[in-house]
Write a protein that binds this ligand. Structure first.
Ligand code: NAP
Length: 248
């Protein structure tokens, strides 16, 4: 029996990177998948067709996670199409890095809305479904930067720290209804987000990471699988770092 057979998952931002790897991992473990993207239509439709070939049901939705209205509509559409939702992965995220002296209001607002408000938007809208079925697993992608800070990323670090507070609060509010809420804090993972870093910056990071390499999206997806499945039925309110030992 596969770990997620008979379950339906919603993953935000699965057209690339970590979200894509989580979608592939969940589908291999038997989950039906609804996933979103912001603009990468071609990649999303390619993934949709690849996942459907695994014998599960998968559907891509273009939906801006930072919009409350679009998130409400999205949950309604998925509930209609799939009948139910069991797992929510709040993965969509962006960076708009700059030192505070140069950071403008737009860079602050875009990051807070995409990374943090999105988590409220999706979680708030899905909660009535989870309450009705008396179960649900919510997995939020934070970052070790949300715990230790990072020069040039005050907006990103603040959004990711906010996700940790939100995660722990929702675990407290909804635990008695058998709804779990956890966060994953990746370190440096090889995706478009980190590929943009200059080579000398990467080399500097390698020196600080005990495992001396960046992680793969699949290594984050394995932790998401644990939190989504019945292997973690008594795990809630936790932040699990997947960072090669960097955060300790
Ligand atoms: P990525 O490769 O840049 O992919 C980001 C994904 O989010 C894409 O699918 C993108 O869709 C989607 N997205 C962006 N804005 C969106 C919006 N407004 N609405 C819906 N979807 C949106 O990023 P990643 O590296 O996989 O990161 C995934 C998550 O892990 C993020 O929350 C990130 O902060 C976190 N994280 C990453 C690392 C790392 O080292 N990579 C480390 C710590 C935490 P489009 O393709 O359509 O743009």
């Amino acid at each position: 029996m596969k770990l997620l057979s008979g379950k339906t998952a919603l993953i935000t931002g699965a057209s690339r990177g970590i979200g894509l790897a989580i979608a592939q991992k969940f589908a291999q473990e038997g989950a039906n998948l609804a996933f979103t993207y912001a603009s990468s239509e071609e990649k999303a439709l390619k993934l949709e067709s690849e996942l459907n070939q695994l014998g599960i049901k998968a559907k891509a939705y273009k939906s801006n996670a930072s919009s409350f209205v679009e998130s409400t509509q999205l949950i309604e559409d998925i509930a209609k199409e799939f009948g139910t939702i069991d797992i929510l992965v709040n993965n969509a995220g962006i960076t708009r890095d700059n030192l505070l002296l140069r950071m403008n209001e737009q860079q602050w607002d875009e990051v807070m809305e995409t990374n943090l408000k999105s988590v409220f938007n999706l979680t708030k809208n899905i909660t009535k479904i989870f309450l009705k079925q008396k179960s649900g697993s919510i997995i939020n992608l934070t970052s070790i930067v949300g715990m230790k800070g990072q020069a040039g990323q005050a907006n990103y670090a603040a959004s990711k720290a906010g996700i940790i507070g939100f995660t722990k609060s929702i675990a407290d509010e909804l635990g008695s209804r058998n709804i779990r809420c956890n966060a994953i804090a990746p370190g440096f993972i090889s995706t478009d987000m980190t590929d943009a870093l200059p080579e000398d910056t990467k080399q500097e990071y390698f020196k600080q990471i005990p495992m001396a390499r960046f992680g793969s999206p699949e290594e984050v997806a394995n932790t998401a699988l644990f939190l989504a499945s019945n292997l973690s039925t008594y795990v809630s309110g936790q932040v699990i770092s997947v960072c090669g030992g960097l955060n300790r």
